[in-house]
Ligand binder design. Sequence first.
Ligand code: C5P
Length: 277
Amino acid sequence: MPTETAPAKINLALHVRARRADGYHELETLFVFARDGDRVSVSLADRESFAVTGPFAAAVGPAADNLVTRAERAFCQAFAPDARHSITLDKHLPVASGIGGGSADAAATLRALARLHDVSQETPRLMTIAAALGADVPACLLGRATFGRGRGDALTRIEGLGDMPALLVNPGVAVSTAAVFARWDGVDRGALATTGATLARALAGRNDLQPPAEAVAPVIRDVVARLRACDGVVVARMSGSGATCFALFEDAAARDSAAARIAIETPDWWQSATTIA
Ligand code: C5P
């Protein structure tokens, strides 16, 4: 039974450059991936089934229509029209939270099904299916440090962060990606650096969705402020459209102290002490 991790996706920087006629936005972003995330298992079955386990199972629900089941249907149409699958999603990442969630799960489903059916992960059609499922799904399908342009789905490989210690923190507020993009003020604040080391590019950049997300969920300001106040922080910023924020640390000890401090100060917030590849 192939099982694939659906690692948390982090946007180290995200520059919104323009609104498009199709309702999407032109953007430039640095995608990286954490060590930890959800898990998707698939196996052949007599009839379709979908189950959700894990700490955030209730937030997904057993609905027959979600990004995992949509990914499965699209895969079958392309590669295995007569196959039926039993799928389990083990949900550890908060939903609607700016770290991939459904996109990462859809990508992990495609990877797991590709393994089950001996379809090469390099097959261009797999990437086409991913792009149709959502703007972030192609980056999640690659699952490696990537520079994204266009909707976020025109991808160029970049060097990763080499397992840099990181802390992800979510204050428990679900934020709609569409609502945050809709609140962007339309001001192009300039390009993301196209050359240089990934971390330097991130440090010189910003997340243009942070102000509109803070307008939707003011608690995000508090999350970033608490992360910035921790010792050994290299950068603290919101990921994607929020509300999850990340901090990168000089070393694992600094990350673990920060995690302990956040757990004491704000015990209701979700956090993941991880590394970023
Ligand atoms: O592609 P996906 O369904 O993940 O996108 C969710 C929503 O985020 C879109 O409907 C759109 O409102 C917004 N979005 C955007 N520009 C992007 C990516 C997403 O406006 N580049």
